[in-house]
Design a protein around this ligand. Structure first.
Ligand SMILES: Cc1cc2nc3c(=O)[nH]c(=O)nc-3n(C[C@H](O)[C@H](O)[C@H](O)COP(=O)(O)OP(=O)(O)OC[C@H]3O[C@@H](n4cnc5c(N)ncnc54)[C@H](O)[C@@H]3O)c2cc1C
Ligand code: FES
Length: 355
């Protein structure tokens, strides 16, 4: 979303996964802009002396302002820590704030929406296109998710945006689950034009500044947030300085969705490559097995790589074990688990879906 001319957009990412956006005019500190937006980030001295406001800058440029070593050491500043009471943005920023949004008296937003389009890929994956009233007020980072209230029930379910943050209409990919609450709604009752309620945005799984090679790993509909990230890279208009590789694993051939979109991103993003991998042993797909079986040394770059992993919990756990077995510690490892309400689910392997 664009901001008023000359203002910078600063995303405040809280420990409970809530993200709030503020607009900061040039020369204004992040703390002052937060205060004006009625978001009470942790503050004490407001003078660069106590360190209470210390935050971590995930991406963007800023002037750190004046402070003493007791509040922020040179090593911390070098590592990306900063003091919102002193810092003035010089670009859009993403800041990780200590404390929860609740402490900051800044709840998550609720949005009235309409189901514009419901498209089925095979019989097990639905693509939802949703329009939101007050679209300008719903700002999110690529990779985050919303909670959708399931119409006709008291339940809500989480879904990651597959659309980039600048899209007019929101899109989501939903993998069905046997007898699931959202699944039953989508299969049996959903009609285009239905009213929906969305809450969010939520989540600390979002695209950071591309400072080294990026490896994206997706299982099933875990491709959704990766699509949002790729869309953001395209809309930023700047070619990334490092290669980006995506390994996208599914259980069956029919589970592969949005492959044409990925091919478009190959054209649009210099240095972007992707592989699709199917786990089912009898598949005729050229690449079979699990995503980790199709990673080359160049994708791992001796660990100097930012990894974004999204998929069912067992896939996330398996990839974590894989780092250990390969003796690799990625520079950064961000992940989102698409946990579904299945107690004592049987163990799944990388590339398998939870449903
Ligand atoms: C942060 C986050 C982001 C997510 N993003 C996505 C996304 O982008 N796309 C996506 O497809 N999914 C995503 N998910 C998963 C999604 O939220 C839903 O869990 C999923 O769509 C299933 O919802 P459902 O209502 O259809 O099934 P549910 O009603 O949640 O049921 C899931 C399964 O559990 C079984 N089950 C439920 N309760 C019990 C019980 N007590 N005993 C035995 N079995 C039970 C059901 O029969 C069903 O098979 C995400 C999850 C999280 C946490
Ligand atoms: S509030 Fe004390 S250093 Fe920022």
């Amino acid at each position: 979303m664009t901001t008023t001319t000359n203002e910078y957009s600063v995303a405040l990412s809280f420990e409970d996964g809530v993200t709030r956006f503020i607009n900061v005019p040039p020369g204004q500190t992040v703390a002052d802009a937060s205060y004006r937006a009625r978001i009470n980030i942790p503050l004490d001295c407001r003078d660069g002396a106590c360190g209470t406001c210390k935050a971590f800058c995930e991406s963007g440029e800023y002037d750190g302002g004046d402070y003493i070593e007791d509040a922020l050491t040179d090593e911390e500043a070098e590592a990306g820590y900063c003091l919102p009471c002193q810092m003035t943005p010089e670009s859009d920023l993403v800041l990780r704030i200590s404390g929860t949004a609740e402490m900051a008296k800044s709840g998550i937003g609720q949005f009235a929406a309409t189901l514009e389009k419901l498209h089925w890929y095979a019989d097990n994956t639905a693509a939802l296109t949703i329009s939101v009233e007050d679209r300008g007020k719903l700002r999110y980072l690529p990779g985050q998710y919303m909670n959708l209230k399931v119409p006709g029930t008291e339940e809500e379910r989480s879904y990651s945006f597959s659309s980039g943050p600048d899209a007019d209409e929101l899109t989501f990919l939903v993998r069905t689950a046997p007898n699931g609450v959202m699944t039953t709604y989508l299969k049996e009752r959903a009609r285009e034009g239905d009213s929906l309620i969305l809450e969010g945005p939520m989540g600390s799984f979002f695209l950071r500044e591309v400072k080294r090679p990026v490896l994206m790993l997706a299982g099933g509909t875990g491709i959704a947030p990766q699509l949002a990230m790729l869309e953001k890279i395209v809309s930023s208009g700047a070619a990334p300085d490092f290669p980006i590789h995506l390994a996208y694993g599914v259980t069956f051939d029919k589970d592969l969705v949005e492959v044409e979109a990925l091919e478009r991103y190959v054209e649009a993003i210099p240095g972007f490559t992707f592989d699709t991998i199917v786990a089912y042993p009898d598949s005729a797909h050229p690449k079979k097995g699990y995503v980790t079986q199709h990673l080359a040394p160049k994708h791992l770059n001796d660990g100097d790589v930012d990894v974004y992993l999204c998929g069912p919990p067992a896939m996330v756990d398996a990839v974590r074990r894989y780092w250990g077995s390969e003796g690799i510690t990625p520079a950064n490892f961000y992940y989102e688990r698409f946990a579904v309400g299945v107690p004592h689910a049987p163990a799944l392997q990388p590339g398998q879906d939870a449903a």
